[in-house]
Write a protein that binds this ligand. Structure first.
Ligand code: ARG
Length: 393
């Protein structure tokens, strides 16, 4: 008999069947579960706790919402973190969940760490990038045993584990305060139109009410207020998910390239994330220079790729954050957006650090002597003309 193993637990089918498997097949005496609350629905956390009570030896539930928002979501907003065009969601929560599981394992003097990820997805990589920073054994029963859903459902029934996935609703859902990802079942066919029932945060865009204008305040690149009222990150994101959801904002249906190279069809809901990144990007256009914007877009891209892969401990990731933070010092101001039937469009923005100058750009002002531009215009495209002369010879 082995000693203790600590399992990252969600209450879902995969991680639930891991519990008896770790005892029966891996011979552990104690299975300790850790539920990390990163803003998944309160009922899900409760249900997971009840299940854990039933089948594991000890459970820890850790409320990591504030830490998730401040140390993971805020840097993501500053970096406009998006992968292949969608706002990162699952990826950004995994390293924190793994970190909390590892902390419990150390405190418990456990021998091993376990997760319920399969060998096909990205999450195994994200968990293990953190787990393997310790000397503890890393176990991935789902991957090692190559299990199928049907087998798991049967096995769960035999072991008295309540199962909520059914043939009709076979969705695999990952949820945190920032994003809800839905995959599996018929959604795996990219030609299948997602049924309305997979969505929980957003209404169908066509059912949205009349347009609504909201105002978000930023300081140092992160959102700090809504409609002029200062709010902490968790409350602000929760409220924006609610308002955005009413307007059907933030649905994504896409083909995504996983780290291993597999293409996957994914559906997401992320109203607050869509609103905040739209607002943040717009404010950057008002405040940052052209050179900063173009260089930062490359930095953002690299940041996002590393975050997608869960490589948050790499030195380059810290270096990118240092650059990004420096650009965000002046990122203060306010952005107004119109929410309407699935869209979130910026309609106004202002900042004390705006590089924009109304009197310089205006057609009515004469503070710029337009004739000064003539010399520049003469040289503009100079090399193109040199080239043409040579070629036309
Ligand atoms: N494809 C996404 C990612 O790798 C989401 C995976 C979420 N998992 C799920 N069970 N829906 O970040």
């Amino acid at each position: 008999m082995e000693g203790k193993v600590v399992l990252a637990y969600s209450g879902g089918l995969d991680t639930s069947v891991c519990i008896p498997i770790l005892k029966e097949n891996y011979d552990f005496e104690n299975v300790i579960t850790v539920i990390v609350d990163v803003g998944q629905p309160v009922e899900d956390v409760k249900k997971a706790e009840e299940k854990a009570e039933l089948i594991c030896d000890k459970n820890y539930t850790i409320d990591a919402k504030a830490e998730f928002v401040e140390d993971y979501i805020f840097p993501l907003i500053k970096a406009n973190g998006s992968y292949e065009g969608y706002v990162l969601g699952t990826a950004i929560a995994r390293p924190l969940i793994a970190k909390k599981v590892l902390e419990v394992a150390k405190a418990e003097g456990a021998e091993a760490l376990a997760h319920g990820c399969t060998g096909k997805g990205n999450d195994q990589l994200r968990f293990e990038a953190v787990f393997r920073s310790s000397d503890l054994k890393v176990l991935a029963p789902m991957r090692e045993m190559n299990l199928t859903r049907e087998w798991e459902i049967e096995y769960a029934r035999e072991h008295g584990i309540p199962v909520s996935v059914t043939k009709e609703k076979p969705w695999s859902i990952d949820e945190n305060i920032w994003s809800r990802s839905i995959e599996g079942g018929r959604l795996e066919d990219p030609a299948f139109i997602p049924p309305e029932e997979i969505f929980e945060w957003t209404c169908s865009p066509e059912d949205g009410p009349d347009a609504e204008i909201i105002e978000i305040g930023f300081r140092a690149g992160v959102p700090v207020s809504l409609m002029g009222t200062p709010m902490d990150g968790v409350s602000l994101i929760t409220e924006l998910n609610r308002i955005g959801g009413i307007h059907g904002v933030g649905r994504t249906d896409m083909i995504e390239d996983r780290v291993l190279g597999l293409k996957a069809r994914e559906n997401y809901e992320h109203p607050a994330a869509t609103i905040l990144l739209t607002a943040h990007r717009d404010l950057e256009r008002l405040v940052l220079t052209r050179a900063e914007l173009s260089f930062k877009s490359m930095v953002d891209e690299k940041w996002s790729e590393m975050a997608y892969m869960g490589l948050l401990d790499e030195p380059l990731f810290h270096d990118l954050n240092a650059f990004i933070d420096a650009t965000q010092e002046r990122m203060e101001g306010s952005v107004k957006l119109k929410l309407y039937k699935g869209s979130a469009v910026v309609v106004a923005r202002s900042s004390p650090f705006a590089l924009y100058s109304e009197d310089l750009v205006s057609f009515d002002e004469s503070s710029i002597d337009q004739q000064d531009a003539e010399g520049v215009a003469k040289y503009h495209g100079f090399q193109g003309r040199l080239y043409k002369r040579v070629i036309d010879k």
